[in-house]
Design a protein around this ligand. Structure first.
Ligand SMILES: *Cc1c(COP(=O)(O)O)cnc(C)c1O
Length: 370
């Protein structure tokens, strides 16, 4: 068996160690006589898997005590509706309120579009006219007077734009307004200061585990503000009051995510991951910068360490490039159709050796076609 280097943006490669452990435990989890997929979610075996996964995630991200970790379903796109539904009610429920969105790429475009069904949306800033190649500073944001929340996407998976700083709502003049962040594609890639956010959310299939699981981290005081029509299974308060077991959770996805959390702890946690992720990103961007054959378009201080879009100067070579890559076991490098070119997603599970193999191929392809 040969495992290729898989650069998929998501669902993405998982650590080989995790897949091997899951394979070993597939038929009989820890002597229980059953596999995880076959267990009652309310049985003691699965309850222990869930509790361990939540505790490990809390430890890895240093989630403060006044935040709850919710395991939900529907992905980040469902959360785009679940967020306004959960933050627009409470004492001021019934008022049509405004939410502010900072738009830095395809995913935040989708987020604000969905929110318009539930509230007025103020686009505080957008870099659309610059083809989404940077993150606008808070000084450029035109916030509304009294938004229910401010939403950002801290890593734009398609455009490859990442925030390396956290907006400070107090400095922005709105100390009581929660900051909500879609962290789908870079959560766990480095330490983050959870206390600066009201809500962080993301689908698991980029940097955590299999699709089907959505992780939501919510500050406690934001619970209980849901609009009355919010489906119970999507009401954060109902979900957390039932410890993510109001309805059947995605049990196998939670189990695999839990194995990934333990793998991350064995590797030294998020500071250690950050060091490797920096090294991988610097190697790849460094090569691309030095080459006249390839180019990138994102401003250097906003370049995502997880998703690296790049282009061949001659688009006519794209198919030849991809075919050669596949032959070498470098998979899923084709860029998103809205951006074109190539994209290498180099999440936690991508080893340095995978990026080295990619750079070797980039160099060789340039030599033979440049
Ligand atoms: C993949 C992705 C999404 C979409 O997630 P789904 O699980 O398909 O709903 C949303 N936001 C970001 C930043 C993503 O990377």
């Amino acid at each position: 068996m040969t495992r290729a280097f898989n650069f998929s943006a998501g669902p993405a490669a998982l650590p080989e160690e995790v897949l091997r452990q899951a394979a070993d435990e597939m038929l009989d989890w820890h002597g229980s006589g059953m596999g995880v997929m076959e267990m009652s979610h309310r049985g003691r075996e699965f309850m222990s898997i869930l509790a361990q996964a939540q505790a490990d995630l809390r430890e890895l991200l240093a989630v403060p005590d006044n935040y709850r970790i919710l395991f939900m379903q529907g992905g980040a796109l469902a959360e785009n509706a679940i967020i306004p539904m959960n933050l627009l009610g409470g004492e001021r429920g019934g008022e049509r309120r405004t939410a502010d969105y900072v738009v830095t790429g395809s995913w935040s475009v989708k987020s604000q579009k969905e929110a318009r069904k539930y509230c007025d949306v103020n686009i505080a800033a957008t870099t659309e006219t610059e083809q989404f190649t940077r993150v606008p500073q808070v000084a450029e944001w035109k916030l509304s007077k009294d938004p229910a929340y401010v939403h950002i996407c801290t890593n734009e998976t398609i455009h490859g734009v990442e925030y390396f700083w956290t907006p400070d709502m107090a400095a922005a003049g709105l100390p009581d307004v929660p900051l909500v962040a879609d962290v789908s594609s870079h959560i766990l890639s480095r330490p983050m200061d959870v206390s600066k956010f009201g809500v962080m959310y993301g689908g698991a299939q980029k940097n955590i585990g299999p699709s089907g699981l959505t992780v939501v981290i919510v500050r406690e005081d934001l619970l209980g503000r849901a609009l009355p029509f919010t489906p119970s299974a999507f009401d954060w308060k109902t979900v957390t009051d039932n410890d993510s077991m109001y309805n059947t959770p995605p049990t196998y996805a939670i189990y695999i995510a839990g194995l990934v959390f333990q793998w991350l702890k064995r590797r030294g946690g998020l500071s250690a991951m950050e060091a490797v992720n920096k090294q991988k990103a610097e190697l790849l961007y460094g090569f691309l910068d030095d080459s006249d054959f390839y180019r990138t378009s994102v401003a250097p201080d906003c370049r995502s360490r997880m998703n690296v879009p790049f282009f061949l100067n001659d688009d006519a070579l794209n198919e030849t490039f991809l075919a050669g890559a596949r032959e070498r076991g470098l998979l899923q490098l084709k860029g998103h159709k809205s951006v074109g070119g190539m994209r290498a997603s180099i999440y936690n599970a991508m080893p340095l050796a995978g990026v080295e193999a990619l750079v070797d191929y980039l160099r060789e392809f340039e030599r033979s076609h440049g």
